[in-house]
Design a protein around this ligand. Structure first.
Ligand SMILES: NC(=O)c1ccc[n+]([C@@H]2O[C@H](COP(=O)([O-])OP(=O)(O)OC[C@H]3O[C@@H](n4cnc5c(N)ncnc54)[C@H](O)[C@@H]3O)[C@@H](O)[C@H]2O)c1
Length: 287
């Protein structure tokens, strides 16, 4: 049921990271893959990768925050494929991290454009193409686990990511009578060009990672690709208006982590060596 032969998929921002993994996964599953990518080098790289894998690919250099680019994208997809089965709204960026009051109006506008506004524009432009394929077509948008929990220094980003869920739930209802499903993927920290987590964590701290995330590691782009294939496939035929957390159990954990002995705790500990995670209740009483 994860066979997308003769299906057409559009991934925005498919030149790197999560978007690229999603584009490649759909291609591997037999789909014709359209990618909208702002970066010329990344566009060329993903075009070569898809074509090298034998995928029928249409990679267009485009800025999805620009309505003229979006119209050009829709026209090209219609001309080449005649319709669209799956839209993946993947573009998004936290851009800068700082306290709320330091965000300028320009930065807020940019964050809106990159994390929410283009989802409205691209989805509206692609709806006629999705309707051509009708029941079974679907829309996915990549939000973030930070759209569900708080993320200090990313107040504006988290607000727009939360709004992706609100928009998608309502659109799911509006399109349900036509059999077009709308869902959201909410990743936790995932190794990408934008979030090079393996570089961000000093080697000396890497051995703590298995205790920070319940399933023992940060995400890889392929984790989201698996979720996207499922949500767009007939396996999810009765799934709409929902958010799938791809987070290794992080949201379920809330503030819980494991201490160096493996015991679960919520009590942070600073030692002479700096932050080492958190101690169990018994250890905390000794500090
Ligand atoms: N990586 C993470 O830890 C993480 C966690 C939660 C949510 N997310 C979300 O997942 C999505 C993908 O994130 P990523 O880490 O893979 O990002 P990334 O920056 O590594 O890749 C995004 C791609 O989109 C392209 N792009 C950017 N702006 C564009 C535009 N206006 N038009 C067309 N293409 C554009 C970039 O050139 C890049 O190739 C985003 O929505 C992000 O907010 C990522």
């Amino acid at each position: 049921m994860i066979d997308f032969t003769k299906k057409t998929v559009l991934v925005t921002g498919g030149g790197a990271g999560i978007g690229r993994a999603i584009a490649e996964a759909f291609g591997k599953a037999g789909a014709q893959v359209a990618v909208a990518e702002i970066g010329a080098t990344r566009a060329a790289e993903v075009r070569a990768a898809l074509q090298g894998a034998g995928v029928e690919a249409l990679v267009i250099e485009a800025d999805v925050t620009r309505s003229d680019d979006v119209q050009r994208l829709a026209a090209a997809i219609e001309q080449r494929f005649g319709g669209l089965d799956v839209l993946v709204n993947n573009v998004g960026d936290y851009l800068v991290a700082k306290p709320f009051e330091q965000f300028s109006d320009d930065e807020i506008d940019r964050l809106y454009g990159l994390n929410l506004r283009h989802i409205f524009g691209v989805t509206r432009a692609m709806l006629p193409l999705l309707r051509k394929r009708g029941a079974g077509a679907s829309i996915l948008s990549i939000s973030s686990i930070e759209g569900i929990r708080g993320a200090p220094t990313c107040s504006i980003y988290t607000a727009f990511k939360a709004a992706v869920g609100g928009f998608s739930r309502t659109l799911a209802l509006e399109l349900a009578p036509e059999g077009i499903r709308v869902n959201v993927i909410a990743p936790e920290t995932t190794e990408t060009a934008q979030v090079p987590v393996s570089l961000a964590i000093p080697d000396v701290n890497k051995h703590h990672i298995p205790r920070w995330i319940p399933l023992g590691r940060f995400g890889q782009p392929q984790d989201c690709a698996g979720a996207a294939l499922y949500l767009a496939s007939p396996l999810a035929a009765w799934v709409t208006g929902t958010t799938l957390n791809v987070d290794g159990g992080a949201l379920a954990a809330g503030g819980w982590m494991r201490d160096p002995s493996g015991a679960w705790t919520t009590i942070p500990l600073i030692t002479g060596n700096g932050f080492i995670g958190i101690p169990s209740t018994e250890q905390a009483s000794l500090v």
